[in-house]
Design a protein around this ligand. Structure first.
Ligand SMILES: [Zn+2]
Length: 343
């Protein structure tokens, strides 16, 4: 299986993070890349550098004003006397019914959902290369590869069409799905990250050509709190094309695999032509977020089960944070997947 990653993706190095209001080191560290690269290589993958793909594939799922914000906000922020080293919002619009603000501070509040996605000098380019890795993986599959892996970092599934959040800036899974739509009439995004893929849900919420399915820790007491509940099913033409499977905290392999079977029933009924797996590894029992209790062999079984869908598949890296088994968990997923596919 081909894998895609560019060194520029490591340059984004966020510092700020608040956990229950307390300042902590940001968990989305460049070191994650080293662990994930090692995990992909252990599974026998060959890492290739993606080509540049311009703004087109990214602009297909994000708004022009949001992309202009991401590209220029750091330089604008630096011109504010006494501003922080990283762009961090300190005000948010209520339900966004007002006007679009002209000021850098106002726009930070408008386009950033939380304090977990600080923007620094390298953020834009790292996020763009991360998206290009997912574009390249999608193009490899469109050219005939049965599957491809995009080592996307920074991750993407909390990014909406015009909002960053939860370590995410550009929604790489959504970008890949939209690229696949050039060939595939119906695409499914299956998100197995610990956290609900709220940005992905938001981007496709009114569409019936991209089915979004997410397994995650129940948001009733877990990030992203406001999305990920079972009654969020889509709107308008998209009604019935969003499927959330919230799991009780600390659910382990058996419960996760059982929910996956429920997801597969919905996916098979949709008859998709291609699959994007939003692969978070933070459902791991030893992940610092501690929300679910999937084991390393569990990731192998999840990979095996997903491969049995028999669909052309893009595997897009989402979460999974620094712990000893991070690389092993990726190896386990990819090895399990490869065992049941002809990739
Ligand atoms: Zn996550």
């Amino acid at each position: 299986m081909k894998a895609f990653f560019a060194e520029e993706q490591k340059r984004h190095d966020p510092k700020a993070f608040l956990s229950s209001g307390a300042p902590q080191p940001n968990p989305e560290q460049p070191e994650r890349v080293e662990r994930l690269l090692a995990g992909a290589k252990s599974a026998g993958l060959m890492i290739e550098r993606p080509r540049e793909h311009g703004l087109g594939p990214v602009a297909a799922v994000h708004t022009p004003e949001y992309l202009a914000f991401l590209e220029h906000i750091f330089a604008r922020w630096q011109r504010i006397e006494g501003a922080s080293a990283e762009v961090i919002p300190n005000i948010h619009p209520l339900a966004r019914t007002g006007s679009y603000p002209a000021s850098a501070v106002g726009q930070a509040g408008y386009h950033m959902a939380d304090t977990a996605c600080p923007i620094s000098a390298e953020t834009w380019h790292s996020a763009l290369w991360s998206a290009w890795s997912s574009v390249e993986a999608a193009e490899a599959v469109m050219a005939g590869a049965p599957a491809a892996y995009a080592l996307c970092r920074p991750p993407g599934h909390h990014a909406f069409a015009d909002v960053a959040g939860g370590f995410c800036f550009i929604n790489n899974s959504a970008v890949a799905a939209q690229v696949l739509r050039k060939q595939a009439a119906r695409v499914v995004i299956l998100d197995v990250d610990l956290h609900h893929g709220n940005g992905t849900q938001g981007i496709f919420y009114t569409r019936s050509d991209v089915l979004t399915v997410s397994l995650h820790a129940d948001p009733v007491r877990f990030y992203p709190f406001f999305w990920g509940h079972a009654d969020e099913r889509g709107e308008g033409p998209g009604l019935g094309y969003n499927f959330n499977l919230p799991l009780p905290r600390k659910s382990a392999d058996a419960a996760f695999l059982e929910a996956l079977e429920v997801a597969f029933q919905r996916i098979r009924a949709f008859s998709p032509d291609a699959l994007v797996v939003a692969l978070g590894l933070d459902a791991f029992e030893g992940d610092p977020f501690g929300g679910l209790s999937v084991t390393t062999p569990g990731f192998s079984r999840i990979g095996e089960a997903i491969a049995k869908l028999g669909l052309p598949t893009i595997i897009v890296q989402e979460g999974g944070y620094l712990c000893d088994a991070l690389g092993d968990n990726l190896t386990a997923f990819l090895t399990g997947f490869a065992a049941n596919s002809d990739s």
